[in-house]
Design a protein around this ligand. Sequence first.
Ligand code: AMP
Length: 422
Amino acid sequence: MTSFEHLGLPDPLLRAVKALGYEHPTPVQTQTIPPIAAGRDVTAEAQTGSGKTAAFALPILSKLDTTATPEHIQALTVAPTRELALQVAASYKALAKFMAKPPRVLAVIGGESIDQQISALHTGVSIVVATPGRLLDLVDHGDINLSTLTTLVLDEADKLLDLGFSDELTAVLQALPSERQTLLFSATLPPKVLVLAEHVLNQPVTVQIEATASSVGGIEQRVFEVDNNKRRTLLQHLIQTEEWAQTLVFSATRRGAHNLAAKLRSAGLSADALHGGLEQPDRMQVLRRFRRGDLAILTATDIAARGIDVPKLDAVVNYDLPRSPQDYVHRIGRTGRAGESGVAVSFIDHESAPHFALIEKRAEVQLTRERVEGFELTGAAPKNVKGKAPVKGKRKSKKDKLREAAAAEASTAAEATTSDAP
Ligand code: AMP
């Protein structure tokens, strides 16, 4: 097994990874640190939870020129959500802790004072981690000088595009020196991400970390057949019998996440919801409470939970199924982080069973259906009447509704992140 020493990292960074308890580099780190340190452009397909932040932060820190005073921007990381941007900024700081002169790191995000960010930029910053809306605001007003930048990281590129940040990215790219190193990290590499990579990267090294659900190490996947209206009590039952200290529960809609948390609280559990409809300070507070362990259950929508890093998460529950197999892999990656074990649970009924079968097929897993006494699925699977095609457009299917709700959630989350000018 490769060691961090073998990756040629300088001593202060080796001390930092040790202090953080990282014993060995993760696969994405082993594969991307050497080409990044060598100055190559890199496209990496890697999930949140794979150790991707350190995979780009370590080589960036190792190459930083720390002699300039005042400091000037050398590295910019663009992330899709405020939470992720704050998390990445915190990682840079933690990894830089033992450097002789730790660089100044600034999170440029909406929902916080732009004036403070501008004055921090004036006093000198080496590393900026930004969400596209606020960054573009600063670029447009000439409040940020990116001409000295040497490395650009597009983090969670698939989500940046899913959230509709393509135009912001194009505008930001125009403000950057064309001579630079560009790194693109993405949980999935659909065609639109590949097109972006084609445009912004120069002869990149491509790294793919197996992203099938079956290979998400340390995660036990289970699926329960349960009636829709018994899901909440089954969830409570599982939390109790399986002794999950911290559980992340995915809901398809904001309202679903909100109502579920309220009902769990009424049942005496410590639960709260995280979704795009909350004000930024409230989102931060909920996340902090969950991270600190003050909150046992967090109900969340996909977008709000994107990139959440909670060490030692016991369980992830698909209360509503994700829309795509990629989202499934992404969701379950929230548990069993960096070598720890965890469980990912999905609830299905007659209606959602075919969709789950599709997820399994694409994710290359086949799970045994479980039923829990007292919470059994009732009724029979709807029969496909031969010769009579299902009538489309008459009544929205549950899947259509889930899709619409998730799309609405995604667009408001994008708005929340872009419309953050003061
Ligand atoms: P990320 O994929 O960057 O969100 O990282 C996921 C989690 O893994 C974070 O809590 C990191 O602190 C942790 N981590 C990153 N690299 C390692 C490593 N080499 N060994 C153990 N944990 C790690």
